[in-house]
Design a protein around this ligand. Structure first.
Ligand SMILES: [Zn+2]
Length: 531
């Protein structure tokens, strides 16, 4: 095979390395070759076996590493991931307790409202938070919803596949619901659930009866349950073994977010019960204010909890949480979640081939991520590999390593256009440092806000803030105007403080682990895992 230096569009490529297929037989090929063409895995073979037809002129990449299916994250409020870890002020019992508090407004909703409504920042936010996913090997996540001043809503079309708008037309779209189900509307919820392939629903976040009642809201009048295999319950932290029994019997899934649960509530879901009852378990890092910086970090938390429970999950099972189980929850298992012929080429290469193959991913840092490929296009990785596989638009330092990115402006979402990660990062870091000033400017513009003239301005996209009730840009502007007139509330400019942009990765951020260890509600075994 010849090896041209740069891959042309549509040209096939071969990735060589140790292949962790995650297929039904959990096959690991020590010296394997993955043949990729037109975004699809054509074949997976042993090195030395005859290549399939059409790969004579393929670009051959000796990765020297261990290759996994791309990581699939089923819960993350991505737009909030510019915010640093929140110093959670107390131990909460349920999700109704922290939104709306003065500290939440100062540290989370206030800054997000200011950044989310100041022109230029929405673009920087989507660029930055998507890069955080890519640098950790995440190839699918929940999407970012946008609203324009013209009253249009849509999802950000990025490089990372999103579950609500998954690039490939053959993949069914998932739906996301942040709000709890109203028990009076359970029949409508069930009708919606039956019409969808996957419904990602916040379910009983917190511990105790108040949180659990949102699960009980899914029980119908005849005592049957409004649950089927399309339900993916996010958190499910307050469910007991009987509840998980119901979920398991219905082939439902959960999205476990242990770090976020421990940071806010001092405890997490009864994950051993969920496993024992046959619930399909997946993983999500929730958001950076009270969760892992990315899915690779959350996988380590899951491993630490598993160890604490006496080795609840095998290493292969831990990797399944972020690959094949997640694909199954989305009903994408025919297209993604494993490395097999006919599947989409969403792949992540982790450096080195030594040691336990599954542990390579579990213990990997972002510095170990050598290549991230989505639909056959290399998006992030070591410059040497990236150069052979296509375009490099910029480079970024990750710990001691330089990572090349392909954030090609051709085909990029119009909200980001040519905005580089470096420029987005600079704008956000500066803006967050002078948040009170930005807030003041925003207050002046909001004071004279008129929906009519706002609508007549050139089309501008703003991020929707899912935790602030999924409000559209109009609702947000109106609410700020109302809040300004309310004398009891401090204006945002007096409430927010200068802040530091959250780091792109954990690698190279020495203070991060110490900040996690200082958090109030984290049990000692987890603090030890962050040493
Ligand atoms: Zn959430």
């Amino acid at each position: 095979m010849s090896t041209p230096s740069v891959m042309r569009t549509g040209q096939p490529c071969v990735l060589k390395g140790r292949v962790v297929t995650m297929d039904d037989g959990l096959r690991v090929i020590t010296n394997g070759c993955i043949y990729v063409k037109d975004g699809v895995i054509v074949s997976v073979r042993k090195d030395g076996d005859k290549p399939p037809v059409g790969f004579r002129k393929a670009v051959v990449i000796q990765t020297g590493g261990t290759i996994f299916p791309g990581l699939i994250e089923l819960h993350n409020h991505l737009s909030y991931n510019v915010l640093p870890l929140w110093d959670v002020p107390k131990r909460y019992q349920h999700r109704g307790q922290w939104p709306g508090t003065p500290l939440y407004r100062r540290d989370i909703s206030g800054p997000m409202n200011v950044l989310g409504r100041t022109k230029g920042y929405s673009a920087a936010i989507v660029r930055y938070v998507e890069a955080k996913c890519l640098l950790a090997g995440v190839t699918t996540s929940q999407g970012i919803s946008l609203s324009s001043n013209k009253g249009i809503n849509r999802f950000y079309k990025g490089y990372v596949r999103n579950v609500e708008q998954p690039i490939d037309k053959s993949l069914p779209k998932a739906r996301t619901s942040i709000r709890d189900v109203d028990p009076k509307k359970v029949e409508k919820f069930f009708a919606d659930l039956k019409r969808t392939s996957c419904m990602l629903l916040h379910l009983s976040e917190g511990k105790g009866a108040r949180a659990r009642k949102h699960f009980l809201a899914l029980q119908r009048k005849d005592e049957s349950w409004a649950i089927n295999r399309a339900l993916a319950g996010i958190h499910a932290a307050a469910l007991n073994r009987t509840d998980f029994g119901v979920m398991g019997k219905k082939n439902a899934s959960i999205v476990w977010s242990p770090l976020s649960n421990y940071l806010l509530y001092g405890d997490t879901a009864e994950i051993a019960s969920a496993k024992a009852e046959g619930v399909n378990i997946t993983l999500g890092s929730d958001w950076s204010p009270s969760g892992s910086r990315n899915l690779l970090g959350e996988l380590k938390v899951a491993a630490a909890v598993s160890d604490h429970l006496g080795g609840l999950f095998t290493k292969a099972e831990l990797v399944s949480l972020v690959t094949r189980n997640a694909a199954k929850a989305l009903r994408w298992q025919k297209s993604l979640g494993t490395i097999e012929a006919g599947k989409l080429a969403d792949l992540v290469v982790i450096s080195r081939k030594s040691g336990d193959p599954y542990d390579r991913l579990i213990s990997a840092t972002e510095e170990d991520v050598d290549l991230v490929m989505i639909s056959g296009t290399a998006r992030a990785g070591r410059a040497k590999l990236m150069k052979k596989l296509g375009k490099i638009t910029e480079e970024v330092r990750v710990g001691s390593k330089v990572v090349a990115l392909n954030l090609d402006p051709d085909g990029a979402d119009e909200i980001v256009g040519k905005l580089s990660l470096a420029d987005a990062r600079k704008l956000l870091a500066t803006g967050m440092r002078k948040l009170p000033e930005l807030a003041k400017t925003l207050e002046r513009s909001v004071a004279s806000f008129s929906p009519k003239s706002f609508r007549e301005e050139a089309e501008t996209w703003y991020i929707d803030l899912d935790h602030e009730d999924g409000e559209t840009v109009f609702a947000l502007f109106k609410k700020t105007a109302a809040a300004l007139k309310e004398p009891r509330k401090r204006p945002l400019s007096k409430s927010v403080q200068p802040m530091k942009l959250d780091g792109l990765t954990m690698s190279g951020d020495n203070g991060y682990r110490a900040r996690i260890r200082r958090s109030r509600n984290l049990p000692n075994f987890l603090k030890a895992a962050f040493r």
